[in-house]
Design a protein around this ligand. Structure first.
Ligand SMILES: Nc1ncnc2c1ncn2[C@@H]1O[C@H](COP(=O)(O)OP(=O)(O)O)[C@@H](O)[C@H]1O
Ligand SMILES: [Mg+2]
Length: 367
């Protein structure tokens, strides 16, 4: 027999009522026979208590006495028996009040497995979910604020120097045409860097918002990278670099948005050219493990210090601030790469030794 079916509030109320009724009846019965015994033991009515009892029975009658005593007894037992249940109800009600007052860490004690126990359990669950949702919301608001602070700083620096050089020109503070051209050229270069920063920023906010719609299709990551690096050949040539690509023969299919994946690897390739020029070679390798497709992108020389590795994927993080500025980086490339990877359910990591720096992306393989 399944007793769980009876572990409900309605059955508890039935149980409490029947038990209280039985207890009341038992006490009344004991009272009745007790009284009869007393009267029988003391027929001479010498004891004053027995006199009183006889008077009551003769003048009021036993039925009203049974009712008069039975009702308070029944109420007493039912209150006693249901004390646990009412205290659970009380706990739940104070829990609701605490949660309504914003104390989301409040835990309603869960006792029993009836509806009240389940209600308490669900309330704790709800408060927990609400708490993490609010914390997430707060973190997002803080991230947005921090981003605005970082961005205003990073936009102001190049803009100040553009304005400075244009002011020279505007106020005719140049000696000859050569100097004029020099100032204009610097202002132009800085404006280009500014535009690149704004483009990256736009890209970063676009891919780091969780709701970015992806146009997911089966993509052969090996083929995609072969094609992309081929398109990259002129850039590599200009940097006096060459590439080697090794892809497994098996299909290396993942579920992905090809345009976004191109953006991800463009960032890695651009970095390899920017920071690994001295190593002369960009190595790309795509292979499959049990259930993942892995692509690595390796360049040689210019190691990243171990202390910088954990921060590399944070937005605006640059290993060598002055050098990166010189090379025109915004510090957003790897943050963009990370967001795109994670949007695809993938992982990205970096390893760097004196010999080589390797970025690895891994995605769930799709059959
Ligand atoms: N392939 C690489 N080799 C060496 N250092 C790298 C490489 N890729 C990235 N880095 C370092 O990581 C920093 C962050 O990269 P990224 O987010 O793309 O920003 P940036 O705009 O500076 O290129 C770079 O400034 C650079 O110092
Ligand atoms: Mg970069």
């Amino acid at each position: 027999m399944n007793f769980k079916r009876f572990d409900t509030l309605s059955w508890k109320i039935v149980g409490f009522s029947l038990t209280s009724l039985a207890l009341t009846a038992a006490i009344l019965l004991v009272g009745y026979y007790g009284t009869s015994l007393l009267i029988w033991l003391n027929p001479s009515r010498s004891f004053w208590g027995v006199k009183l009892l006889r008077w009551v029975i003769n003048n009021i009658g036993s039925t009203p006495i049974v009712i008069l005593m039975g009702i308070p007894l029944f109420i007493f037992f039912i209150l006693k028996l249901s004390r646990n249940t009412t205290s659970n109800l009380h706990n739940i009600s104070s829990g609701v009040q605490a949660i309504a007052d914003g104390n989301l860490s409040f835990k309603v004690p869960v006792t029993g497995t009836d509806e009240l126990g389940k209600l308490a359990e669900n309330m704790n669950l709800m408060a927990g979910k609400l708490k993490s949702a609010i914390e997430e919301e707060r973190a997002a608001a803080k991230a947005k604020n921090d981003l605005i602070t970082d961005v205003s700083h990073d936009l102001r620096t190049p803009l100040t120097s553009v304005l400075g050089f244009l002011e020279y020109v505007e106020n005719d503070r140049y000696k000859n045409e050569v100097e004029l051209r020099y100032y204009v050229n610097i202002a132009y270069e800085k404006s280009l860097a500014l535009k690149k920063l704004i483009d990256d920023l736009f890209e970063y906010t676009r891919v780091s918002s969780s709701g970015l719609p992806l146009n997911l299709k089966p993509v052969d990551l090996g083929k995609l990278l072969e094609q992309l690096v081929e398109e990259f050949a002129p850039v590599l040539k200009q940097a006096d670099m060459s590439y080697r690509i090794h892809t497994d023969k098996d299909p290396l299919i993942i579920h992905g948005d090809a345009d976004e994946l191109v953006r991800l690897y463009e960032n890695l390739f651009t970095n390899a050219v920017r920071y690994g020029k001295e190593g002369k070679i960009l190595d790309i390798s795509v292979y499959r493990t049990d259930d993942r497709v892995i692509a690595t992108c390796t360049n040689y020389g210019n190691p990243i210090p171990a202390t910088d590795l954990p921060h590399l994927f944070k937005r605006f993080y640059r290993v060598d601030k002055s050098r990166s500025r010189e090379t025109g980086g915004s510090g957003l490339g790897l943050a963009i790469a990370k967001s795109i990877t994670e949007l695809h359910g993938g992982m990205i990591s970096a390893k760097s030794s004196r010999k080589q720096t390797e970025f690895e992306t891994s995605f769930p393989a799709s059959e």
